[in-house]
Design a binder for this molecule. Structure first.
Ligand SMILES: [Zn+2]
Length: 181
C-alpha cells in the first residue's frame, strides 16, 4: 500500500466528472487500499478518487466514533461509525430531510463552512469485489456521502454555498497557493 498525494483546489481534476468503474480487478483493489491509507494518513473521514488525481467513481469513508469525557456531550454511536466503507459507482436513490453541517475538505486545507444537505440518503453502490449493496445513511455519514459523490461529479463544496461565501473561499485558496510558490 502507499500514501497518494492529495490534490488541492484549483487543480482541474477536482472540477472534472469521474468515469464509472467497469473492471473489479486487483488494480482496483490496490487503488482502494491506497485510498484508505491516504485517508488515514491525511486525517480525513472520506476521500474521492478525483482528490488523488484519478477520474474513477471510487469513494472511501471511515468515520471514527470518539468517546467524550463528558457524558452530556457524548455523540451517539451509530452502526456506520468505525467502519471502512468503499463506494464504487454510487447512486443516491432516495433523499429526505435537511441538515446543515460545517464541512471541511482535504482539498481545501483550513477551510470549514456550512453546507445544506439531505439529512438522510439511501445509496446503492458496489464494493471493491463488484458486490452491489445498499446503504441507509443519516447525520454525518449522509453528509459525507453527499460531499464525496459531489467530488466524483466534479463538484467542490463551495459550489453548494452562496456566491459570496464561494468567492471568499476561492480568494483564500488562491492566496494560499501564491504563498507556496
Ligand atoms: Zn472533499
Amino acid at each position: 500500500m502507499s500514501v497518494l498525494d492529495v490534490l488541492v483546489w484549483p487543480h482541474k481534476i477536482l472540477e472534472t466528472k469521474a468515469e464509472p468503474v467497469t473492471r473489479f480487478d486487483d488494480d482496483l483493489r490496490k487503488f482502494v487500499s491506497d485510498m484508505v491509507e491516504t485517508m488515514h494518513a491525511s486525517g480525513g473521514i472520506g476521500l474521492a478518487a478525483n482528490q488523488v488525481g484519478e477520474l474513477r467513481r471510487v469513494i472511501v469513508i471511515e468515520i471514527p466514533w470518539t468517546e467524550s469525557p463528558d457524558p452530556a456531550q457524548q455523540e451517539k454511536k451509530e452502526t456506520w461509525h468505525d467502519k471502512r466503507w468503499v463506494l464504487i459507482n454510487p447512486v443516491i436513490t432516495k433523499k429526505s430531510g435537511k441538515i446543515k453541517w460545517q464541512e471541511g475538505c482535504l482539498s481545501f486545507p483550513e477551510v470549514f463552512d456550512f453546507v445544506d444537505r439531505a439529512a438522510e440518503v439511501t445509496v446503492r453502490a458496489f464494493d471493491e469485489n463488484g458486490k452491489e449493496y445498499e446503504i441507509q445513511a443519516n447525520d454525518l455519514f449522509a453528509v459525507c456521502i453527499q460531499h464525496e459523490i459531489d467530488h466524483i461529479d466534479g463538484i467542490v463544496f463551495f459550489q453548494r454555498m452562496s456566491r459570496l461565501k464561494a468567492d471568499i473561499i476561492k480568494k483564500k485558496m488562491l492566496r494560499r497557493g501564491s504563498v507556496n510558490v
